[in-house]
Every structure is written in C-alpha cells, then in structure tokens.
Design a protein around this ligand. Structure first.
Ligand code: F0G
Length: 366
C-alpha cells in the first residue's frame, strides 16, 4: 500500500520481510535541544523521540515485524505481558491484522493512556495481581503450551524491527554532522532495545558501513528502584539477579528480571558504555527539563536524560561528546505523572476582570 517502503520498512534489507503490518511506524524526529545541551555541557545533544510513533512508543517498530510473522505463521491468538506500551502497540497492530489479542498487565501499575489504548483497540485485558515479571512468566507458559503467540521482546522478530532505531539515528546524525554519535543513552527495562541497538551496530560493522571504532557507546539507565542491569554491570555479571520488589514513578521500566540481559550486557560492555541508576525525583526533573524544550515524554523516557546529567556530573561523559538520548514514549501515555510533575491549574471566575485580577495577583474568584 501507500506506506510501503516508509519508516521502518525503508530498511527492509535488514528485516525478515519486504513489508509488514504497518500504520506506519518509524521516521521519528531527532530533535536538537539547545537549552539542555548547554546545561549538560556536551558538544551535541539530540533526542530521538520514539514517542512520535503511531501508538506513542518505540514498540510499534517491533510489532510491525512481529505481527507480520504471526500472520505468516497463521496463529490464532497474540499475547504479551506489559508495563503498558507493549500492550498498547500489540493491541493496535493485532487489530490492524484482525487477530485476537490478549494482554497481561500488573494491576494498578500501568499508566492510564496505555490501558485506554489496549481497551479501545479491542484487546482482552487481564490485570494480574503481581508485577510485570510475574505477568511475563505466565505469558511464556501460555506460549509454551501453544495457547498464544508471544510478542514480548523475547520474540527475536520484535528486536529486528527495533534495530531500525539505530539505523535512523546513525543515518540522520551522519547526514547532519558528517560523523556518527559517540554515545546513545537509553532507558532500560527488559533490555530489548539495548540488545536491538547492539545487533544493529554489529550488523553495520559486519557490512562495512560502520568502522569498529565508530560504534556508539551504549549507555543504559534504570530507576534506582528497579536496577538489576546496573547491578550486573557493577558486579561484572553475565546475567542479572532477579529483583522481586521493584518500584518507580517510571512504571514502564518497573522491571526486576530483564529477560534480554544476556544479549544486552555484552552490548554495554563491548561498546565501552556503562549503566547508571537514577532516582524518581531525578527522572521527574528531567521530564520537566525536556518539556521545557517543547518535547513531551513519559517518565521512563526522561530517565535517559536524567542518566546523562548524572554521568556528566560524575565526569564519566566528556564535554566533547556527541550524545543521542532515546526518549521512548509520549507524554500523553501517563497523564497523571505529567500533571503531578507540572504546574497546577488555577481557578478563576468567569469574567475578563476576574482573569486580569488573578493575573495581577489578586484572587480573581469574584
Ligand atoms: N521506555 C518505555 C516507555 C517502555 O515502555 C519500555 C518498556 C522501556 C523504555 C524499556 O525498554 O524493555 O527494551 O529495555 N516497556 C515494556 C512494555 C516492558 O511492556 O511496554 P526495554
């Protein structure tokens, strides 16, 4: 159709099909953020805003491929566990493909916008009395028993689509600056994106399109209350230890058992990157700072910028670096977090005089 060869599918040579179930996805902006750039003090700072995908997160890049595979396999039912965005994307792409969709969510821990999406796109929503990791255990069981086709990032076809984030970053940055960025900083939950970007860079090196010395340093950021990847990097482990109790305002990355850790940890190490944990208040401060540049992101996305600030302050990132921060989801995903982080509405009477009086500092409640 008219979307063929656009966005993600512009890179079909790197994907398992020529075209997919598309809305279409990809081609997201690589924003300049001059205020943040000078505040943080790096040579170049860009935000790759994945919140601009059709359902508002990078998950769409994986689903356009994953649901295409499901179609080819002729499966009856799609399923995922989710902190919200995966379920929103799967519900939309499942609807597009005309397939039954089942999503398992941690009860009470998914942002309102994401549930609204799954609901309206017609998924069957199961709220589980447990965290995301428990939901994923169940969905893996369902898949093993042949009850559903699993579309979490354990599904390698998802990661094939998500590789295109890296291709777009490298291509756009090179077009504008004549060189590749030194570092890509991203929020980490299940570590699917980290694994996908590492695969993208490896394939580019193997194809002769990227010199080994030009591979950006993969730098992962987690919330302090859910940081098993940071722990694994600090302790030099090959896999993560499962955190049973996780908590953070960034509910998208409220994950204690990152299933892609074995693929992602080597990516962080071998590119010379690092991993860092940030507090909820650092995440919210970063969300406000990004919003101050006109760009609206959900809390998990702001973790990338919070991590950049922290690593700069610690002297672990040099002022000469070209840095791209990935902002993974849109502000409207989590309206409650945005309202809590932002300014409160002010009550005024229904007249111009009341408004003027209020602006002049009098009450205005006539
Ligand atoms: N940012 C957002 C907004 C997310 O929704 C997620 C993951 C991540 C970052 C982390 O990405 O797992 O590749 O390291 N959300 C999943 C979900 C778990 O269910 O929506 P990752």
């Amino acid at each position: 159709d008219a979307f063929e060869g656009r966005g993600v599918w512009r890179y079909s040579a790197a994907l398992p099909f020529e075209e997919g179930v598309t809305l279409p996805e990809g081609d997201t902006p690589l924003h300049r953020v001059p205020g943040l750039e000078s505040e943080v003090g790096v040579r170049n700072l860009r935000l790759k805003h994945e919140g601009m995908n059709p359902t508002g997160s990078f998950k769409d890049r994986g689903m356009t491929v994953g649901v295409r595979v499901a179609e080819a396999l002729g499966v009856d039912r799609l399923a995922c566990a989710s902190t919200g965005n995966t379920s929103a994307a799967l519900s939309a792409y499942g609807a597009r493909a005309g397939l039954e969709t089942l999503v398992l969510l941690p009860a009470g821990k998914v942002a309102a916008g994401k549930i609204a999406q799954a609901s309206l796109h017609g998924a069957r929503i199961l709220e589980v009395d447990g965290n995301f990791d428990a939901c994923l255990d169940i969905v893996q069981d369902l898949a093993d028993r042949g009850e559903a086709y699993l579309l979490n990032s354990l599904n390698p076809f998802r990661l094939e689509g998500q590789k295109t984030i890296g291709l777009e970053i490298l291509e756009a940055f090179y077009d504008e600056e004549g060189r590749f960025p030194d570092r890509v900083i991203l929020p980490v939950g299940n570590a699917g994106n980290t694994a996908a970007l590492y695969k993208c860079f490896r394939e580019m090196v193997a194809g002769g399109d990227l010199a080994p010395g030009d591979v950006p340093r993969l730098t992962g950021v987690q919330a302090e209350g859910a940081a098993p990847m940071v722990e694994a990097i600090e302790e030099g482990r090959e896999d993560t230890r499962r955190w049973e109790d996780v908590e953070t305002v960034a509910t998208a990355i409220r994950i204690g058992n990152p299933v892609n850790a074995p693929k992602a940890l080597p990516g962080i190490r071998e590119t010379g990157g690092t991993a860092v944990a940030v507090s909820d208040s650092e995440i919210t401060d970063a969300q406000r700072a990004i919003a101050g540049e006109g760009i609206g992101v959900e809390p998990a996305s702001a973790a990338s910028v919070a991590g950049l600030r922290k690593l700069r302050a610690a002297g672990e990132i040099e002022d000469g670096e070209d840095v791209v921060c990935l902002t993974t989801g849109h502000l409207l995903k989590d309206p409650d977090a945005a309202a809590a982080a932002g300014a409160d509405p002010e009550q005024v009477g229904d007249s111009t005089e009341a408004v003027l009086a209020h602006l002049a500092g009098r009450t205005g409640l006539s």
